[in-house]
Design a binder for this molecule. Structure first.
Ligand code: THU
Length: 140
């Protein structure tokens, strides 16, 4: 298990702050995220929709904010949800994050004191990344 650092806890605090802004009237499950990239912090929260599938996860909105600011080299992300054990990023978010660093540090918290830390490569081994697209030889 990866050890939790003070920097992890600091990023987690930003994720907890973002969680307060969650828009989750349907599930009631509030999620906050904070990305560390280029020395800056970018927050996101889940934003649900009456058309449930249009919902955005907190992690993807935080990562998108970093990209919008021109910081595409994501170093770490903290995620906090309403679960009583640390909330893990969903599969789609894992894939989305791998685009920007398949080995980024993932810090996870919940409605508990427990904090978990893992490499994204542990949560999503063998991510599909752009290198595979370069291997397209044009065969039909
Ligand atoms: N959710 C996230 O924001 N991130 C995740 O990684 C898991 C799920 C949100 C989506 C939805 O608004 C709510 O949690 C319940 O699935």
């Amino acid at each position: 298990m990866t050890e939790v650092t003070q920097a992890d806890l600091a990023l987690l605090a930003f994720a907890r702050q973002a969680q307060e802004r969650a828009y989750a009237p349907y599930s009631g499950f509030r999620v906050g995220a904070a990305v560390y990239a280029g020395g800056e912090i970018y927050q996101g929260c889940n934003v649900e929709n009456a058309s449930y599938g249009a919902t955005s996860c907190a992690e993807r909105l935080a990562a998108g904010a970093a990209v919008l600011a021109g910081n595409t080299e994501l170093q770490a992300i903290a995620v906090v949800g309403d679960s009583t054990s640390p909330t893990v990023p969903c599969g789609m978010c894992r894939q989305f994050l791998a685009e920007f660093n398949p080995e980024m540090r993932v810090i996870m918290g919940g409605r508990c004191d427990e904090v978990a830390v893992a490499g994204l490569d542990e949560l999503l081994p063998d991510a599909f990344v752009r290198g595979y697209l370069d291997q397209d030889d044009g065969a039909e």
